[in-house]
Design a protein around this ligand. Structure first.
Ligand code: COA
Ligand code: ZN
Length: 302
């Protein structure tokens, strides 16, 4: 199988990475990092989230960030995460036309994350779709592979969730391993079953690296047919409302590996690595990346 240019890397560090940093990162610093990511070749990126600033103060500059990038770059696919109707309206009002709405597959995490039952979140999603027909809505399915509160999430539970989403018009679903508990067999089974059952849905994958399985699980997802991989610069990240969650799949490590196995991404590894190193130097947080810790002189790209 030749995967060349078939895989799209979706950078989510400016949202999933930054949201987990307690100390406020200056808006100009965020802009600088995001611009460098674009310069490295990122073409689809989650810029921020329109959430309650009481719950996540780090994202209080969402409007400013989105406005700046929408005005400056016309050829990049920018989107932002929203947890409720209020967030969708804020995103729409500032000019964004693509969002991600988040609903966990498990009740326990949905309650902790957005203070709603799964059904209540779906009701609100329906309202957003009806009221903002110009908005492209991706759905983040959190806790697909396991929940920190409810434990195991079954495939049957997931399939029902996807059916519900499809019924109200969702066409892109991001399979999130929120706390990094997925294993390769589980990823393969889940992805193969979903792709067979829902051939018209664009599935993405989003793996946390809590147990050092980010690379493997994301690679297995590609082998199983996924073409859109979410990753975070430096491996920054973690959900503040999921105990035990730590860094994401690191964008630069994954791009490096894909380069080696001849899967084109259009992204410049060396530039990406420089961005990751700069993040680590200037932003305190959780980093699960590996290249980020290798001395400049010892990185051999051959
Ligand atoms: N943007 C800005 N403010 C918002 C908001 C939004 N999208 N949604 C709610 N608020 C404000 C409300 O106005 C209210 O403010 P007030 O106390 O000054 O009146 C406050 O936040 C609480 O609102 P409420 O509707 O009672 O929400 P809640 O306390 O039940 O929390 C969420 C619900 C969804 C707003 C909150 O859980 C949240 O923002 N979670 C973030 C989830 C997240 O980003 N997780 C990580 C990514 S998966
Ligand atoms: Zn995440």
């Amino acid at each position: 199988m030749n995967y060349r240019n078939e895989v799209e890397i979706i950078e989510i560090g400016p949202r999933d990475g930054f949201q987990n940093v307690t100390e406020f990162i200056a808006t100009n610093k965020k802009k600088e990092i995001i611009e460098k990511l674009i310069d490295a070749g990122i073409r689809r990126m989650q810029l921020t989230s329109f959430v309650s600033p009481k719950h996540i103060p780090q994202m209080q500059d969402a409007e400013e960030i989105v406005k700046y990038f929408l005005e400056k770059y016309k050829d990049i696919r920018f989107f932002a995460l929203v947890p409720n109707y209020r967030g969708a309206k804020r995103a729409f009002d500032i000019g964004l036309r693509e969002i991600t709405y988040v609903i966990s597959v498990s009740e326990g995490h949905n309650k902790a994350n957005v203070n709603r039952s799964v059904d209540e979140s779906f009701e609100e999603l329906k309202q957003i779709i009806e009221e903002f027909p110009e908005l492209y809505v991706n759905l983040d399915a959190a806790t697909v592979f396991g929940c920190p509160f409810d434990g195991e999430v079954t495939y049957e539970q997931l399939e029902k969730y996807v059916e519900k989403a499809v019924k109200i018009g969702i066409t892109t679903i991001n399979l999130c391993d929120t706390i990094g508990v997925a294993n390769p067999t589980q990823v393969r089974n889940v992805v193969e079953n979903l792709l067979e059952k829902f051939p018209n849905i664009e599935f993405h994958i989003h793996i946390h690296d809590t147990r050092n399985m980010g690379m493997l699980n994301s690679y297995v997802a590609i082998e199983s047919g996924i073409k859109h991989i979410q990753a975070s610069i430096g491996g920054m990240g973690g959900c503040p409302f999921a105990p035990g969650a730590s860094g994401n799949l690191s964008t630069e490590d994954f791009v490096y590996m894909l380069d080696k196995v001849n899967i084109g991404t259009g992204i410049d590894f060396k530039k990406l690595l420089q961005v990751a190193k700069e993040c680590k130097k200037t932003i305190p947080g959780v980093y699960s990346g590996h290249h980020i810790n290798i001395d400049e002189d010892l990185i051999c790209v051959f």
